[in-house]
Design a protein around this ligand. Structure first.
Ligand code: PAF
Length: 284
C-alpha cells in the first residue's frame, strides 16, 4: 500500500489502471475510520481491481470552525487498518493540494442542499459537493462507495454525478451499527460512554415509526410525531429535525406509500451532532 499526497500522482496512477482496463474502486473519507468505512473498503476490494481510499478532512464542509479543529485525525492508525484490508493506495492530500491559492470554484447542488442537515449547517453540502467533484475528477473511479447513514449526502452526490456527467457508479451500502443500534460515525468517538448509549434513542425512535408504517400507519404527522416523542424520552437528546421526504429528490411527499420515503432525523447529544435514517419502502 502506498500513501500519496500529490494530486498529479494519484491521477496518473488511476489513469494507468483504467488504461489497462482495470476497475478502479474509490472510498472517499475524512479519516477516523470505523467499521462503517471498512465495510465500504471491503466491498470495493470485492468489486474493483484496485482500491483507492482518500483521507482528507475537508475544511469547506465545516460551517463551524471548532468542529473542524476537533475532528479526529490519526493517519497512522487509519493507514494500518487500510493496509490490513489490502487497500492499494491512500490519497491523503493537504489542504493546498485540494484548494490551491486562488481557488474559487464551488459546486452547488440546488434543491437538495438547503433542507434537513443543510438547513442546520449552511454551506455544508456545497463543501461536500465541491470536494467530491474534485476527488472524482482526480481519481475518475469506476465505482465510488458511500454509506446510507449519510442519506442526504448520497442524494446530493448522485445528483451531481448525473448533472456533471461522471461516467461511474455510486454504490450505497447499508448503515453499520454499534451493538446499541447507534449508527457508526467518526463523531461517536467524541461521545462519553454514557452519551453513546443514550444516543441510540435516535434509531430506536426511527424504528418505532418504521414499525408503525409497516403496520399500516400512513399519516406523516403521526409518524414524525412518534419519532419526536421517543427522542423526548431521553433528556440528554436534543432533536433538531425529523423529515419525511422522497428518497431521491428529498422533496416533501404528497402521499406516503407512492415512492420510497426517507425518514431522517438529526439531533445533538453531549454537544455532538448525530444523524440517522430509515427507508419506508413502497408497498410495505
Ligand atoms: O462522508 C464523508 O466522510 C465526507 O463528507 C466525504 C464524502 C469524504 C467528503 O469530504
Amino acid at each position: 500500500m502506498e500513501i500519496i499526497n500529490r494530486r498529479q500522482r494519484i491521477f496518473s496512477i488511476s489513469r494507468k489502471f483504467r488504461r489497462e482496463n482495470k476497475k478502479v474502486g474509490f472510498v472517499p473519507t475524512m479519516g477516523a475510520l470505523h467499521a462503517g468505512h471498512l465495510k465500504l473498503v471491503e466491498e470495493s476490494r470485492q468489486r474493483a481491481d484496485v482500491t483507492i481510499v482518500s483521507i482528507f478532512v475537508n475544511p469547506a464542509q465545516f460551517n463551524d470552525k471548532k468542529d473542524l479543529e476537533k475532528y479526529p485525525r490519526d493517519l497512522t492508525q487509519d493507514a494500518a487498518m487500510l493496509a490490513e484490508l489490502g487497500v492499494d493506495y491512500i490519497y491523503a492530500p493537504d489542504v493546498e493540494e485540494v484548494y490551491p491559492p486562488g481557488f474559487s470554484t464551488y459546486v452547488d447542488v440546488e434543491g437538495l442542499t438547503d433542507v434537513m442537515e443543510g438547513a442546520s449547517r449552511p454551506g455544508h453540502f456545497r463543501g461536500v459537493a465541491t470536494v467530491v467533484t474534485i476527488l472524482f475528477n482526480t481519481i475518475r473511479p469506476d465505482i465510488a462507495f458511500f454509506g446510507q447513514k449519510d442519506a442526504q449526502q448520497v442524494a446530493v452526490i448522485e445528483q451531481l454525478t448525473r448533472d456533471l456527467g461522471f461516467e461511474m457508479e455510486i454504490a450505497v451500502l447499508p448503515t453499520v451499527r454499534e451493538a446499541s443500534g447507534l449508527a457508526m460515525s467518526s463523531r461517536n468517538e467524541r461521545l462519553s460512554d454514557e452519551d453513546r448509549e443514550k444516543a441510540a434513542v435516535l434509531i430506536k425512535a426511527l424504528l418505532e415509526a418504521k414499525h408503525a408504517y409497516k403496520e399500516g400507519e400512513r399519516n406523516t404527522a403521526v409518524l414524525t410525531q412518534m419519532v419526536k416523542k421517543v427522542v423526548e424520552t431521553e433528556p440528554a437528546a436534543e432533536l433538531d429535525y425529523v423529515s419525511m421526504v422522497d428518497r431521491n429528490t428529498l422533496q416533501p411527499i404528497d402521499r406516503i406509500g407512492d415512492s420510497d420515503v426517507l425518514l431522517a432525523a438529526g439531533m445533538v447529544v453531549g454537544g455532538i451532532r448525530l444523524i440517522d435514517n430509515v427507508i419506508l419502502e413502497r408497498k410495505q
